[in-house]
Design a protein around this ligand. Structure first.
Ligand SMILES: Nc1ncnc2c1ncn2[C@@H]1O[C@H](COP(=O)(O)OP(=O)(O)OP(=O)(O)O)[C@@H](O)[C@H]1O
Length: 735
C-alpha cells in the first residue's frame, strides 16, 4: 500500500508549520516594540535621575547599557521594517541541530536545538535570544553547513517573508539519517526560489541564501587586502556589501568610528546598491562612485576612450606636479617697487628662482610666506648699499616696508594666488603648456587630445576627479588664516558644475562650511572597492589616499575591465597595496544569468580572452538568446519592438543597452514605450546592474566605441537574468 503523504496531508503540515513559525516571529516583533517603549521610558527616567542625583553606580550603568542596546535594536528594526514591507522580514532563518554526537538517535523534533537567524539580534525580557544576528558566530552554520560537513545541523529552514508575515518555508535536510520522524521538510530550496524571482531597479540583500564560499569571503578577517574575484553574476558586489555589514558587526567601535567606504563605478550603480546595507540594519557606510570621491564634485560625464586613457595614465602624475609648480599663466613677469628713494626690480628669471626655492619643500598654497621671504631677500640684494640706513637699515625692516607698498601687494596677489585644483586643471586646456609639462612623456597626439578634452567642456568628467584629487594634494590646502582672510578664496571653487561664478561669497562660504560639517571622514578604516578592474592608475592613487591606514576589500573581474590595459590597472593596484598582506577568494557560480545566456556570453569572451575566469551558471530557462538583423536605419524601431515584446514575457525589468552614439534615438523609442520597467543605458552604466531581460543594441558598435572593447561587450552580454535579444546591423562580433 502506498504510504506517501497525500497533498492534503502536506498542506495541513505546511499550514501548521507556517502558523508555528509565525507565532515565533510575532513574538520577535512584539519584543521589538516593547524594547522601544522601555527605551523611551528609561530615557526619560534616566534623564531625570541624571539631573537629580548621583549617577555612575553600577546599576545605573547597566541600565544605560541596556537602554542603549534596546535603542539600537529598535532603531535598526524600525529602519528594516520601513525599508520594504513588501519583502523583507526581520527573521529569515532557522536551524534545527543535534548534539553532533552521531551515536545517539534523536527521538523527536522537539529534542533538536532550535535557533532563529535574523537581520539583527533580539532577546526576550529574560535576555534569552529570540533571534540571533546573521553575523554572529553562532549563525555561521546557517551558511556553511553542507551535507558532508553539517556542523550539527539537521535541518536548515529559510522563512520567506512579506514584511512581518511568513509566506513560505524552504527546507534543506542535511542529515536525513539523523532526522526524527516528525520533522517536516518543505519547499524546493530557497536559493532557486530566490534566483528565479523578478528583478526590480535596486539590488536586494541575499542574507537568507548566502552560499558557503560567499560566506567565507564575507567573514574573512579585516586584515590587509581581501581580494574577491569571480566571473559575472557570482555575487561579488552583494558579497562585498554583506562583508561591510559583517565588519561593522564584528568590530563596531573600530569601523563605525573609523568609517567604511564603498567605492563603485558610477552613480547609477550606487543608486542600484544603496538599499542593501540599510536592509541589513547598517546606515553608517559611505557609498561613493569614483566620480564623487572629491568633496564638492559629482562627476558623471565620461571622456572618450582616448582621453580617458590619457587622464588615467600614471604619467599624469609628473605632468600635474610640474603644472602645480609652474608660473601661474598670465601672472606678472617683473616686480618693480619704488622704495627708500630707489626703484628696485626683479626680472622673470629671478622671480622663477624665488618660486622654485619656495616650492622646494612646501606645497604651493602653504608656501606664500616662503615666497614672500624669497622676494624680500631678492629685492634687498638689489637695494643700493648707500640707501640702507634709517628705517631701511636692515633686511627685516626693509621687508616690512616693501611688502606694505601697493605695488608689491598688487604684484603678489597676481603672482601667488591661492590655487584651486579646478583652476590648475583648466590650465591643461592649452596644448603648449601641456607639451611643456609633458617633458616628452606624452606623444604630440596625446598632448593635443588631452588639451582638447579639457577645453571641450566646463564640466568635470569622472576621470578628471582623480586629477583634481592629485592636484589637491600637490597644491595643499591653504593655512586656515589665509583662507579666512581672503574672503574670495574657496577651496571648492570650480569644483561643481560651473555654477560657482554666480554664487556670492557668502553662499560659497556656507557651502564649504556645510561640506566640512557633513563631517565625512576623508580617511576610512576600511575601504571596499567594487569593479576594481576598472580603476585607472590615477584613480587607484585617489582611492588609496582615502585609506592610508585602512584594511581593504577589493572586488573585480579582469575579463570585465573597461580600462584599455587591464594589466596596467592591475599593476597600479598591486603597487598601491603592495605593503599589505593579501587574502584571495574566488566565487565560482554565476547566480544571475540563465545557463543559456551565460554559455553564449562565455563563448564570446573566450574567443578573445582564452584565460577568462568563467563561472558555472546553474539555472536553466530553456530560452536561448536571440540575434536579430536589420538595416541600420531600422535599429531603433526594432529595439522598441523588442522592448514591447519582452515586457510581455518577463515580470520585472527590461534594460536596453546602447552605444553612446545611438542613445538619443533609443531614448526616444524608450520614451514612446513609456513603461517604467524599461530603461535605456550605456554599456559603462550597465556595469554591475542586472535586468530580467536585456536588449543589446549594435554589439559591434559597443565593441568599437567603448573603452574596453570586447570586455565591455562581455559586461553587456552578462546583464540578463532571463532573456536576451541582440539587435544588429552588422554581426562581426558573433562567434
Ligand atoms: N547566495 C545568493 N543567493 C541569492 N542570490 C544571489 C546569491 N549570490 C548572488 N546572488 C544574486 O546574483 C546576482 C549577481 O550578484 P552580483 O551583482 O553581486 O554579482 P557580481 O559578481 O558582482 O556580478 P558582475 O561582476 O557581473 O557585476 C544578484 O542578483 C545577486 O542578488
Amino acid at each position: 500500500m502506498d504510504q506517501s503523504p497525500t497533498s492534503t496531508d502536506l498542506e495541513n503540515v505546511e499550514r501548521a508549520e507556517l502558523d508555528a513559525e509565525q507565532a515565533h516571529v510575532d513574538r520577535v516583533y512584539t519584543r521589538v516594540d516593547e524594547a522601544a517603549r522601555s527605551a523611551s521610558r528609561i530615557a526619560v527616567e534616566g534623564h531625570q535621575r541624571g539631573q537629580a542625583q548621583n549617577v555612575g553606580r553600577v546599576r545605573d550603568e547597566e541600565q544605560t547599557g541596556l537602554y542603549e542596546r534596546d535603542v539600537l535594536v529598535y532603531a535598526a528594526a524600525r529602519r528594516i521594517a520601513e525599508l520594504d514591507a513588501e519583502h523583507e522580514g526581520l527573521v529569515f532563518g532557522r536551524l534545527d541541530s543535534d548534539a553532533g554526537d552521531d551515536t545517539e538517535p534523536v527521538a523527536a523534533a522537539e529534542d533538536l536545538e532550535k535557533l532563529y537567524v535574523g537581520r539583527i539580534g533580539v532577546r526576550d525580557a529574560e535576555y534569552e535570544p529570540l533571534v540571533i544576528d546573521w553575523r554572529a558566530p553562532a549563525a555561521e552554520p546557517f551558511y556553511r553547513a553542507t551535507s558532508t560537513d553539517r556542523l550539527r545541523v539537521v535541518r536548515r529552514r529559510v522563512l520567506r517573508n512579506k514584511g512581518p508575515r511568513i509566506v513560505g518555508l524552504e527546507d534543506d535536510l542535511l542529515a536525513p539519517d539523523r532526522s526524527p520522524e516528525d520533522l517536516p521538510v518543505l519547499g524546493e530550496g530557497a536559493l532557486m526560489a530566490s534566483l528565479s524571482r523578478a528583478r526590480g531597479h535596486t539590488m536586494r540583500d541575499i542574507v537568507a541564501t548566502i552560499q558557503a564560499e560567499q560566506d567565507e569571503a564575507i567573514r574573512a578577517p579585516a586584515r590587509g587586502v581581501t581580494v574577491i574575484g569571480g566571473g559575472p553574476g557570482t555575487g561579488k558586489t552583494v558579497v562585498a556589501l554583506h562583508r561591510a555589514a559583517y565588519l561593522l558587526y564584528s568590530d563596531r567601535r573600530r569601523f563605525e568610528r573609523g568609517g567604511v567606504l564603498v567605492v563603485g563605478p558610477s552613480a547609477a550603480f550606487m543608486a542600484y546598491i544603496e538599499r542593501v546595507l540599510p536592509s541589513l540594519g547598517e546606515n553608517t557606510v559611505s557609498l561613493r562612485a569614483v566620480g564623487e570621491l572629491v568633496d564638492g564634485v559629482r562627476a558623471t560625464a565620461v571622456d572618450d576612450a582616448a582621453a580617458a586613457a590619457i587622464k588615467g595614465s600614471l604619467r599624469m602624475r609628473g605632468l600635474l606636479s610640474r603644472a602645480a609648480r609652474d608660473r601661474v599663466p598670465d601672472a606678472p613677469t617683473t616686480l618693480r617697487v619704488f622704495i627708500g628713494g630707489a626703484t628696485v626690480e626683479l626680472d622673470a628669471n629671478q622671480l622663477d628662482n624665488v618660486r622654485r626655492n619656495a616650492l622646494r619643500r612646501t606645497p604651493r598654497n602653504r608656501a606664500a610666506s616662503e615666497a614672500r621671504k624669497g622676494l624680500v631677500a631678492a629685492l634687498w640684494n638689489k637695494f643700493p648699499e648707500d640707501l640702507r640706513t634709517g628705517v631701511y637699515a636692515d633686511r627685516e625692516a626693509f621687508g616690512d616696508r616693501v611688502t606694505d607698498t601697493p605695488a608689491y601687494k598688487t604684484f603678489f596677489a597676481a603672482w601667488w594666488p591661492m590655487l584651486t585644483p579646478g583652476a590648475v586643471l583648466r590650465w591643461l586646456g592649452d596644448p603648449r603648456r601641456v607639451s611643456r609639462w609633458a617633458r616628452g612623456e606624452f606623444s604630440p597626439a596625446e598632448v593635443e587630445d588631452l588639451a582638447a578634452a579639457i577645453r571641450s567642456t566646463d564640466e568635470f568628467t569622472v576621470a578628471d576627479v582623480a586629477l583634481l584629487d592629485e592636484l589637491g594634494q600637490l597644491l595643499g590646502r591653504p593655512p586656515i588664516q589665509e583662507a579666512g582672510r581672503d574672503e574670495e578664496f574657496d577651496w571648492l571653487e570650480g569644483l561643481s558644475d560651473g555654477v560657482n561664478e554666480v554664487l556670492t561669497t557668502s553662499e560659497r562660504r556656507a557651502r564649504s562650511i556645510a561640506a566640512a560639517e557633513a563631517d565625512e571622514p576623508e580617511e576610512y578604516a576600511h575601504v571596499l572597492v567594487d569593479e576594481a578592474q576598472d580603476l585607472s592608475p590615477m584613480q587607484w592613487r585617489m582611492v588609496t589616499r582615502r585609506g592610508p591606514q585602512a584594511s581593504w576589500t577589493v572586488v573585480g573581474d579582469t575579463a570585465q575591465s573597461s580600462w584599455p590595459d587591464p594589466a596596467e590597472a592591475r599593476a597600479a593596484m598591486d603597487s598601491m597595496l603592495s605593503h599589505l598582506q593579501r587574502h584571495t577568494f574566488r566565487l565560482s557560480t554565476n547566480y544571475r544569468n540563465s545557463a543559456e545566456i551565460y554559455s553564449f556570453a562565455g563563448e564570446v569572451i573566450r574567443r578573445q580572452i582564452p584565460d577568462a575566469d568563467l563561472p558555472d551558471a546553474v539555472r536553466r530557462t530553456g530560452v536561448e538568446p536571440e540575434h536579430r538583423l536589420f538595416d541600420a536605419a531600422k535599429i531603433a524601431e526594432a529595439a522598441g519592438d523588442a522592448a514591447v515584446e519582452l515586457l510581455q514575457l518577463v515580470e520585472g525589468t527590461v534594460g536596453v543597452i546602447v552605444p553612446p552614439a545611438l542613445r538619443p534615438a533609443i531614448d526616444a523609442v524608450v520614451a514612446e514605450v513609456g513603461d517604467p520597467r524599461v530603461v535605456a543605458l550605456s554599456p559603462l552604466d550597465s556595469k554591475g546592474l542586472e535586468y530580467d531581460a536585456v536588449i543589446v543594441v549594435e554589439p559591434d558598435r559597443i565593441v568599437s566605441d567603448t573603452l574596453g572593447g570586447i570586455r565591455a561587450l562581455y559586461v553587456v552580454l552578462t546583464r540578463a537574468t532571463q532573456r536576451m535579444i541582440t539587435i544588429n546591423s552588422t554581426t562581426n562580433w558573433l562567434p
